[in-house]
Write a protein that binds this ligand. Sequence first.
Ligand code: PMP
Ligand code: GLN
Length: 387
Amino acid sequence: MDRTIDSKLPDVGTTIFTVMSQLANHTGAINLAQGFPSFEPPDALLDRISHYLHNGANQYAPMMGVPALREAIAEKTLRLQNRKVDMDSEITVCCGATEGLFSAIQAVVRPADEVIVFDPAYDSYEPAVTLAGGLTRHIPLTIGSNGHDFEIDWAALSAAIGPKTRLIVLNFPHNPTGAILQPGDLDKLAALLRDTDCFLLSDEVYEHIVFEGKPHLSLLSHDELWERTLVISSFGKTFHATGWKIGYCIAPAYLSDEFRKVHQFTTFAISTPVQHAIADFLRSDPDFYSRLPEFYRQKRDRFCELLQGSRFLLQPARSTFFQILDYSEISQDNDLELAQRWTRDIGVASIPLTVFCEQPFTAQRLRFCFAKDDATLSDAAAKLCAL
Ligand code: PMP
Ligand code: GLN
């Protein structure tokens, strides 16, 4: 058959996470590419899912999420961000952060609107903007004085904001660079937006994985910004359960209303037993979150120590479960080519950063996921040290 279709996303290929995981599976390489833990969710949480599976929680959940879970999210938001949100009108449970981001963008962005993202930008933002008829403007994060840490270029952001700017997408803690917001950043952003009608979409899926005792500066914590913000989070990262695809959107009622108009026709509702189980777990172990930074700091430090004898340059990640490695002393090759070659030849898969950028300013850096057991990290590091 020689039929073709005029694609709505002509420049979009298969996501790098699928490309690299397929290559890793095919070649038998250690997969430090796609970000998922090699360990299991807490037993107590698994037990609650089993309980609900066997006790009648198997039909549609309410469109906005089961009340017990929305209540638990509201409690957590008050405790951690000092933001009182209304569980009925301001919280919606969605199918992972991916659906949350997609629904939020469809709800807010109109044809010809401009949306600002910071490069390297997570790969789901721009296609969602394109499908909404909007235009994506990319502002590179800049590399700070230590040559490693990425930061917002405030002058570039200020210059990019104009009458057509409908939405700015933020992602701090930042995947893939680990950048975090600094004290004062939220006030700077508020000052920039004060006389605009621009909305904010804050992807905070790594909210609980920030190192060196630094706080996570959520957009929820800022009175002025909160009024124009949709915050998206995901239980996948927090509970080592990326396969469950459950997240949530917190936004003021007037934005949540619009979000729900899209959400109800995107997925309608999310797995009922998983929602009930997470609600119970949030109540029974409210400090689970506070143990995550130390848990992942140990993994990060182990991975970085194992790489000490290598020719990679690195600065330990400030957040997330990804470590950026600078390979400029090993090769000058393009990062996409190299990530694929090293998957095949040395048996370690990683994620190239240029696929998240309009301009290839981050060449010679690859992202490695350290959410792995010690043996996997040791095996991978031994292979990387041989380069
Ligand atoms: N945003 C970022 C920055 C991510 O890294 C991811 C992947 N974990 C997502 C969104 C999607 O999250 P989920 O798997 O919950 O859809
Ligand atoms: N967020 C994950 C990562 O950054 C991947 C998510 C996905 O595979 N879609 O690796």
